[in-house]
Design a protein around this ligand. Sequence first.
Ligand SMILES: CC(C)(COP(=O)(O)OP(=O)(O)OC[C@H]1O[C@@H](n2cnc3c(N)ncnc32)[C@H](O)[C@@H]1OP(=O)(O)O)[C@@H](O)C(=O)NCCC(=O)NCCS
Length: 184
Amino acid sequence: MKQQITLKYTEKPTETDFAKYNEFAAKNWGKSNDSAEDAAKNFFDKNKSVVTAYINYELVGLCFIHFRTTNFNGKNISFAGIGGVVTHKEFRHKGIATKLLQEAIQKMQDKVVDIALLATDIPRLGKLYSIVGFVPLKNTYVFDDINDVRKPDPGGMIAPICSPEIYSEIVNSPEALFVGKSAF
Ligand SMILES: CC(C)(COP(=O)(O)OP(=O)(O)OC[C@H]1O[C@@H](n2cnc3c(N)ncnc32)[C@H](O)[C@@H]1OP(=O)(O)O)[C@@H](O)C(=O)NCCC(=O)NCCS
């Protein structure tokens, strides 16, 4: 029998929620390439929403959404960064990550953001994100770390949400898009 996947969106997770998500990610992600020190410098934005997935009330996946604004070529743009996509080790290749991403994109459409961004190991996982419309950026986006050091987030991908015009401007520009403080 096919197991029913339920999705939930939480606009402002509490500290208790974040503790649950961190515990889930620690169990199911395995070793990350970032050192703990680098991760603390680069990923410190707590102002994020979350989509969670459940099977029989058990948490089986999550992804964070960072809603932000920035300026590109003199234009104010609104965008959403996706980060922390992780699914339960025993429930992989069942479409859970795809469903989480589709729900995240639905929320971005509701909020009328112009574009969506994320960073990944493109040769390995680019296909997962291409299923929901992301393409690799020619020039990956940049962010400021906790010490205001500007850094590229390798493996940047972009998808149009509500503005195909801003999407093509960024995709075709040699300029790197600045996304603000903290990576996703
Ligand atoms: C990456 C991850 C989130 C995928 O979750 P999932 O629920 O298994 O993904 P889906 O079932 O929606 O996958 C859809 C398609 O994406 C691609 N895909 C998914 N995981 C992949 C992987 N590890 N390697 C290569 N392609 C993959 C496949 O084409 C897959 O279709 P298939 O199952 O028919 O082969 C999961 O493996 C995970 O949590 N990994 C550890 C954390 C991580 O690396 N997160 C990504 C950070 S950018």
